[in-house]
Design a protein around this ligand. Structure first.
Ligand SMILES: Cc1cc2nc3c(=O)[nH]c(=O)nc-3n(C[C@H](O)[C@H](O)[C@H](O)COP(=O)(O)OP(=O)(O)OC[C@H]3O[C@@H](n4cnc5c(N)ncnc54)[C@H](O)[C@@H]3O)c2cc1C
Length: 342
């Protein structure tokens, strides 16, 4: 279903830099909508190293990727940004009135005078398992993400993988599915132990099946899966009937549709001017890991600085008739009101 949204700033990416951009924009009364293909905020911090300590965030001598994300989410709470998770920005179009419309693969449309690309190393894309012909089933009976659980009600589901996604969706979809089988190539998991324990309990109760096995081949017609060939560690093969296959084999980062936005990329990065962090296309800004300029350091603290300067320039585009007054959060009662602390 298509949703038309109008706002001040549309942000591509809810990594640490997209999140901090909400703060800097919020101080200037600019509203933001963020889109991320992931199902939660934090970008690389939460997807690649949630439990690793970061030591070079100013004022936080040690903070993990997850904690930093949680703190940023708390910091931006007063500004009521809206998030569109599990959606990929696929299109960017200029309107006759000078504004831009971002489109997502879920048909969400966000129209704004300013677009901020905070897409980091690109969108996290699922890894496709090496099974012949799997592309023909994708989007019809093979899915790499669960957008709407209802879609899977009364299905005979096969899930493959040993990480958190595989285990979480096994537990969440089991009550809805007609039947659910989990396969993993070994009897050990990378997922949270309590999820593994819950999965084993469901298997013992006969509510799901678990096999140490790999998917070797898919069988079906016109993209509709009817069965798969499974193989155990001794290479013994058997046919398993199912109509839905959800492989969760991890994610890889790819630039994706941003490459087609006409932003004159330089080695897959967006060149920006360092006074505003605007790209060569007026109204389109790029901050964080996705941009390039002389001396660029791909550090979170650099992205925070870039977000602050971007917000000042975005203000002049969004509010051309208003004056921008520089203020400190420590001494400005109006900023403190916006932050909900005065
Ligand atoms: C292992 C590791 C350790 C690190 N340690 C440190 C450290 O100690 N200190 C430090 O400063 N930095 C560190 N970094 C780097 C730091 O994580 C990055 O600089 C930071 O994450 C960049 O933030 P970002 O918001 O620009 O991009 P990202 O964190 O990459 O977030 C970008 C987001 O945009 C989304 N996205 C992209 N394209 C689209 C699209 N078309 N549609 C929808 N969503 C899209 C992605 O899914 C992603 O969530 C480390 C990185 C790694 C991998």
């Amino acid at each position: 279903m298509s949703t038309a949204i109008e706002t001040d700033v549309a942000i591509v990416g809810a990594g640490p830099i997209g999140l901090f951009a909400v703060f800097e924009l919020g101080l200037l009364d600019l509203k933001a909508h963020l889109v991320d293909i992931l199902d939660r905020p934090g970008g690389q911090c939460t997807e690649l190293y949630p439990e690793k300590p970061i030591y070079d965030i100013p004022g936080l001598p040690i903070v993990t990727g997850q904690e930093l994300t949680d703190r940023l989410m708390e910091q931006i709470k007063p500004f009521g940004a809206e998030f569109h998770f599990s959606e990929m920005v696929t299109g960017l179009e200029k309107l006759d009135d000078g504004r831009w419309t971002l489109t997502t693969d879920n048909e969400t449309q966000i129209t704004a005078p300013v677009v901020v690309v905070a897409a980091g190393g690109g969108s996290f894309m699922p890894k496709r398992p090496p099974i012949a012909g799997i592309e023909t089933y994708e989007g019809k009976s093979v899915f790499y993400a669960v957008r709407k659980m209802e879609q899977f009600r009364d299905k005979n589901i096969l899930i493959a993988g040993g990480g958190d996604s595989a285990l979480d969706w096994t537990l969440n979809l089991a009550p809805l599915a007609k039947s659910l089988t989990l396969v993993h190539h070994r009897d050990g998991f990378r997922a949270a132990q309590h999820s593994v324990n819950q999965m084993r309990e469901l298997a013992e109760q006969g509510k799901i099946k678990f096999h140490v096995a790999s998917v070797k081949a898919l069988h079906g017609e016109g993209g509709q899966l009817e069965a798969v060939t499974l193989a155990d560690r001794d290479k013994k093969e058997w046919r398993h009937d199912c109509d839905t296959f959800l492989p969760f084999f991890g994610l890889t980062m790819k630039l994706g549709p941003i490459a087609n936005f006409g932003l004159n990329l330089h080695e897959n990065l967006i060149p920006v001017d360092t006074a505003k962090f605007e790209s060569e296309t007026p109204g389109i800004f790029a901050i964080g890991d996705i941009n390039t300029y002389a001396g660029k350091l791909k550090l979170i603290l650099s992205g925070f600085h870039e977000a602050a300067l971007m917000a000042q320039a975005a203000f002049h585009i969004c509010r051309p008739n208003e004056k921008l007054r520089f203020q400190y959060t420590t001494s400005s009662s109006s900023l403190q009101k916006k932050l909900g602390v005065a």
